[in-house]
Design a protein around this ligand. Sequence first.
Ligand SMILES: [Zn+2]
Length: 349
Amino acid sequence: MELFFDTRQLNHRPTQYLVHGRIVAPLEKPERFEVMRDALLAAGLLEGKVQDSGSDPIRNVHAPHYVAFLETAVEAFAALPNAGPELLPNVHPYAAGTPGLRQRPAPRTTGILGRAGWYIGDMSCAMMAGTFEAAYWSAQSALSAATAVAEGADCAFALCRPPGHHAYADRASGFCFFNNAALAAERLRRVHDRVAILDFDTHHGDGTQAIFYERADVLFASTHTDPQAYYPHYFGYADETGEGEGRGFNLNIPLAPGSDDDHFVGAVERLAERVLRHAPGALVLSAGWDAHRNDPLSRLDVGTQAFSRIGKLLGGLNLPTVIVQEGGYSLDAVAEAAPAFMTAFRSAR
Ligand SMILES: [Zn+2]
């Protein structure tokens, strides 16, 4: 089984992140990539070759005007007088229904701060010189893993960093710029009529949900910490079941803070049952390790053993599978949980 990554994904190295009213060092740091790569190679995965599929597959999921913003934002920002070390938005225009709110900023005439406020949804997506390149190669890692599975590999792991499941079609948020799981799902859709995405990161995959919310061909099924007092706050509730043709093809199982291994594994079991009813040709896993009780963002009481249990469960589905790296911020916890999951997953094939 191959592990897809590109060291240009290390070039996103922001220094600022706003949490609980303080600017702190980001949790989503390059060391995560190195620790997970080393742990997964040590667990027996083999380094795959990331191909450059170009930007067309990215612009198939993301609005071209958003991709253009990401590509040019840092250069425009650097031209501001007294520009800081990295671009962060300081305006937030998302007031649904506000009379007179413009549809979106004009690429050439709206200033960079106006565009940043529009396209960057929160204060966890600082952009600097290497950000676009890192996000681009993270996306290509996902596309390469999906291509391997589309062409017959049983499973592949995309070591995506920056992660992707909070990225919308036209908005960055939650450390995410391009939605790597959505890119993988669309790549698989070229060879399968139905695809499923199962997301067990401890945050709801709101970007992925939004991208597929009105579609029946790509099922989105997620378990995560109850968003009532937890990121992403506005999405991830059980009554979000899809709209239009997508009604019934979105399943959220929020977990109460303090939920333990049995609650977490039980929720993944229910998601897996829904996935099997969808009868997909292939599965995408949005794999985050941040439910682990030692993760600095976790509100759950989940241990390494739970990741081993869901690895066995999901490997046992015997669906062609692309595993896409999402969150996980304790270097010690990810170094345990990711290989525990993979060892169990592979032994169940
Ligand atoms: Zn997460």
